[in-house]
Design a protein around this ligand. Sequence first.
Ligand code: GRF
Length: 213
Amino acid sequence: MKRIVILISGRGSNMEGIVKTCAAEGWRAQVAAVISNRPEAAGLRFAAEQGIPTAVVDHKAFGKGDAARAAFDAELARVVDGFAPDLVVLAGFMRILTAGFIGRYEGRMLNIHPSLLPAFPGLHTHQRAIETGCRAAGATVHFVTAELDQGPIVAQAVVPVLDGDDEAALSARVLQLEHRMYPRTVRWFVEGQLQIVGSRVRQLAGEAQLFVA
Ligand code: GRF
């Protein structure tokens, strides 16, 4: 049984998709904990209702600055390690993590970012895609490395940007595919089907690493 720890900050719809798919498909894995940096994160309630242990490490309690960030990450690592994860999944986790934290989970921490990386790292990705005149947008699942929103790409999902799209419409279209792609990629990891070769990630069973609308 592989142990998955999921970090969230808010709604948690990707976390929910992973929890449900894990149960529905009978993965040889369990979501061992859902941890949030925000006590009010809506996703915590869903997790608790499923009987999944939850925890909060509130970043606001640590103050600001580099020392506070390091202290927060040390506490987060202590809590995460308490659940002995094989895989750490960032699902809408809105904190920049220190290199020390990331190094601890190297090769076993995934993130989903709502753009076709390397385009639009950071925030407000859908708005920026619309303003740039992009005809395609999407989301990327990648291994987490010390460089923000970089790291080997596991899979990408692509959707059209339509005339008249606003941020809400585009993000809803992308999110539908995120909910297909993220559970699938997590399953690949727990089944040992991902291999990092240089900067590329191979799906060893030959499944498509591109998801289209
Ligand atoms: C998703 O769009 C994800 O790509 C981004 O933050 C959003 C989280 O949504 N990292 P949810 O909390 O999973 O519903």
